[in-house]
Design a protein around this ligand. Structure first.
Ligand SMILES: C[S@@+](CC[C@H](N)C(=O)[O-])C[C@H]1O[C@@H](n2cnc3c(N)ncnc32)[C@H](O)[C@@H]1O
Length: 256
């Protein structure tokens, strides 16, 4: 399977809204991963599955040169408009359009769970220079007892659609960790501690954000309109502040 059709469809249909609504990444988190991977101002890094360039923009502040790769033309169009100085290439994790040993590190934001790692792990290892590793980052919406009850209610409303959409190919460290190690190219990952961050949103924008979640974006238009209308009723008119816990890992190449 090349790119999971749920990703190909879901992200291509929402690129502009995705870029407007999805959270960015704290620069301290990206700096911490860069330090751990030995990335500095003379390094070239690949932002793999770069999407509209949310992580690319932060990496651009930290590394010497950033190359962005993504398989979705509409996502890449947004990236090229917002970051005209970044080299942006059409490609996917299992077929990276770069020569062997051409980058010092690879970063993946909110996307490793979409990869077929049996094919992607050797390909990532191919383009890394000797000693180069991976920086893997996700923003997880915090849903604890302190979270706004409307955020809980909207997630509850949407959960059946997430379940119906099925598992991601490589979701969670318990899945992707062993797959990277089994590839023979990478060591076990090391998780870095990073502070949570917040995203204040207008009420409508929270619903717009939810519409970019792949399992909502991929609903038939009528079902999507109905569920988003119900979400709007739950949220009402008051703004919402979301809290994100950052999951950040660095993965070194296998020694020897
Ligand atoms: C949730 S978005 C993340 C985009 C960006 N990294 C960010 O942090 O906002 C997931 C991205 O993964 C890309 N993607 C999905 N499957 C992929 C694959 N097999 N190889 C490379 N990119 C892929 C999609 O096109 C999409 O842009």
């Amino acid at each position: 399977m090349p790119v999971d059709p749920r990703a190909a469809q879901g992200f291509s249909s929402t690129a502009a809204l995705y870029d407007r609504m999805r959270p960015s990444y704290p620069i301290e988190a990206v700096r911490a991963a860069a330090r751990a991977l030995g990335v500095g101002v003379t390094s070239t890094v690949l932002d793999l599955a770069a999407g509209t360039g949310k992580l690319t923009a932060v990496l651009d502040e930290v590394a010497g040169r950033v190359i962005a790769v993504d398989p979705s033309p509409p996502m890449l169009d947004v990236l090229r408009r917002r970051l005209p100085g970044v080299r942006a290439l059409d490609g996917e994790a299992a077929a990276i359009p770069l020569p062997d040993a051409s980058v010092d590190a690879i970063f993946v934001g909110e996307a490793l769970h979409w990869f077929d790692l049996q094919r992607a792990a050797p390909e990532m290892a191919r383009v890394l220079r000797p000693g180069g590793g991976l920086g893997l980052i996700w923003n997880h919406l915090r849903l604890d007892e302190d979270a706004d009850p409307r955020v809980h209610a909207v997630r509850d409303l949407l959960t059946p659609y997430r379940v119906a959409a099925g598992e991601f190919p490589s979701s969670g460290v318990a899945v992707w960790g062993p797959r990277l190690v089994e590839s023979g190219r990478f060591a076990a990952g090391r998780r870095l501690d990073v502070a949570a961050h917040e995203q204040p949103l207008r009420a409508d924008d929270f619903v717009a954000l939810a519409s970019t979640w792949s399992w909502v974006a991929n609903l038939e238009p009528e079902a999507q309109a109905t569920v988003l209308m119900l979400a709007r009723e739950i949220v009402g008119g008051r703004p919402v502040t979301l809290t994100y816990d950052v999951e950040l890992w660095v993965v070194s190449p296998r020694p020897g």
